[in-house]
Ligand binder design. Structure first.
Ligand SMILES: Nc1ncnc2c1ncn2[C@@H]1O[C@H](COP(=O)(O)OP(=O)(O)OP(=O)(O)O)[C@@H](O)[C@H]1O
Length: 516
């Protein structure tokens, strides 16, 4: 059995990393013919760069995870290893003495240094750091390299220390990619075999292992996350999976038809389509407050979903498209420093708001350790249409939070038509894939206009188009005037009831991407 190789990168203000050649650790993904045996742990001490570092490492085809300094080593790196990790005898590790200003020193945890540092495995090899100043090396360690600003950094079982001035936005560091490649492949000896194909085949093997011959349901929205989840499950267990797709009346033009065409006719998936549009619109009558809208839609969704699931007989599992950022957020310790990736938790994200509680279903979450762009790569690997894989994000409460004020059938129809025109023109200008989101909002303001010889009194439609990396911040797109002109002219001419178009030039913060 080959050695499980584990590597860890600790992130402070810039980057620190550990390498561990895990002697005595055998790790195997159950049910998989392939052994996943290397990974980088990015230890998050509160830097906003932790996610970025993990992603850069993954882009070089080496699996990486964000570890919490208060985790144990077992917890920090077992996830991708399929859960079966046996390790040799643990040995207390001599600590490096960190300079008191070092980001890793202290961190407000009892005993000063986080547990992860008390439990370094005996085979621990290299620690790469920029932010830490190590004043006293543990016994048996020597300094390998350092930069001016990073007097010492790196510990090894060889035992080496390795220091590096590195900005995780590799484009901003001269030779950034090369530095990271050197670290991963030459110093840590990684293989770089973490590819979408391998990720998909591992996920499929694990699903089979977990589900056996049980039945699984999956709520399919047509968004990337649930689409890739469903595609993986379908590959893994075929007809043991049933997807439920709810038309809540708040979908975009032709969305219901598109989802059915892709999954039922295209993939041959068991798809239960529930048209509950009237129920949702009726429940929303008179509701104007954005939070109440979300709550009403969430509750109604659960009711509809439960009713649909009841008709399916015995079901043991619920598949969900939970992504890695959601996992990191929900595992963030309460004392994580403000501004860190761990604490960046603007609003709690609950997939299908608490569904499993009373349904007593076990969760299947094959995307739990993937970032969004990786989910897209897996989706393409599985043959999902690029249109679906690169679809811009669409909110769960759908068009209800883009109709400002009360949601009515008439307003939904207007908004659907405006939205269609915006997407059509943005695609026509070859901008769809280059912006984060582009959509229309129907305000509840009406203004006076003239059309032909008549005075009109119609609604104001706002256009929103933003760029963003991760939806945490966003900037409005400087759309070419000609594109804005075409959108405006088409909307006022083609959508009855709308007689004015405005463009939203607010960034996030202080605005949000959606209006409600
Ligand atoms: N109309 C719907 N029909 C069935 N399931 C839905 C519907 N809307 C949302 N869901 C379920 O709720 C989950 C969370 O929805 P949300 O709108 O927050 O999207 P998301 O997390 O971006 O995921 P996705 O990319 O799958 O839409 C979805 O992944 C899906 O399982």
């Amino acid at each position: 059995m080959p050695l499980g190789r584990r590597v860890a990168a600790s992130d402070d203000l810039e980057v620190s990393a550990y390498l561990e050649i895990a002697q005595g650790i055998e790790a195997e993904a159950p049910g998989s013919s392939r052994q996943v045996n290397e990974g980088i742990a990015v230890i998050d001490f509160g830097s906003q760069y932790s996610h970025l570092i993990a992603r850069r490492v993954r882009e070089l085809k080496v699996y990486s995870e964000i570890a919490n300094p208060s985790d144990t080593w077992e917890k920090a790196l077992v996830h991708q290893l399929g859960g079966t990790v046996t390790r040799g005898t643990k040995q207390e590790f001599g600590h490096a003495t960190l300079h008191q200003d070092s980001p890793s020193a202290g961190w407000g945890l009892p005993g000063g240094r986080p547990p992860l540092f008390h439990e370094l495995p005996p085979s621990f090899q290299v620690w790469m750091s920029h932010g830490d100043r190590v004043e006293m090396l543990p016994a048996g360690f020597s300094s390998l390299a350092f930069t001016e600003n990073s007097p010492v950094a790196a510990i090894g079982n060889g035992r080496d220390m390795f220091g590096l001035q590195f900005h995780p936005e590799v484009n901003h560091t001269p030779l950034g990619t090369e530095i990271l490649e050197n670290f991963l492949f030459r110093i840590c000896g990684c293989e770089g075999s973490w590819t979408p194909g391998n990720v998909a085949s591992d996920a499929i093997a694990r699903i089979r292992e977990q589900v056996g011959d049980g039945s699984v349901i999956c709520a399919l929205s047509g968004g990337v996350d649930s689409a890739v989840t469903a595609a993986l499950l379908h590959r893994a267990i075929g007809d043991q999976l049933t997807c439920i797709f709810v038309n809540n009346g708040l979908l975009r033009l032709e969305e219901a038809e598109r989802v059915q065409a892709t999954f039922r006719r295209g993939m041959g998936l068991n798809l239960s389509y529930v048209d509950a549009s009237e129920r949702f619109v009726t429940r929303l009558a008179g509701v104007t407050d954005p939070e109440t809208k979300r709550k009403v839609i969430g509750e109604e969704f659960i009711r509809v979903f439960e009713e649909a699931a009841t008709g399916l007989g015995e079901v043991e599992f619920l598949a969900q498209g939970t992504l890695y950022p959601d996992v990191i957020e929900s595992e963030a310790p309460a004392n994580a420093p403000a501004g860190s990736a761990l604490s960046a938790r603007i609003k709690t994200h609950h997939n299908v708001g608490g569904l499993p509680e009373n349904m007593k279903l076990q969760l299947v979450e094959p995307l739990r350790y993937l970032f969004k762009d990786e989910v897209r790569d897996v989706g393409l690997e599985l043959g999902l249409p690029p249109d679906m894989v690169y679809r811009q994000p669409f909110p769960g409460p759908g068009l209800a939070i883009r109709v400002i004020g009360e949601v009515t059938l008439e307003k939904l129809e207007m908004l659907r038509a405006c939205d269609w025109i915006v997407i059509d023109e943005i695609k026509g200008a070859d901008l769809y894939d280059r912006v984060w989101q582009s959509f229309a909002v129907l305000s509840d303001s009406r203004t006076v206009g003239v059309q032909g010889d008549y005075r009109t009194y119609g609604y104001v439609c706002a256009i929103r188009c933003v760029t963003s990396e991760d939806a945490m911040t966003a900037d409005w797109v400087r759309l070419p005037y000609e594109v804005l002109a075409r959108i405006s002219s088409r909307i006022v001419n083609e959508v009855p009831g709308v007689n004015r178009v405005v463009y939203d030039i607010t960034s996030k913060p202080p605005g949000t991407i959606e209006w409600e």
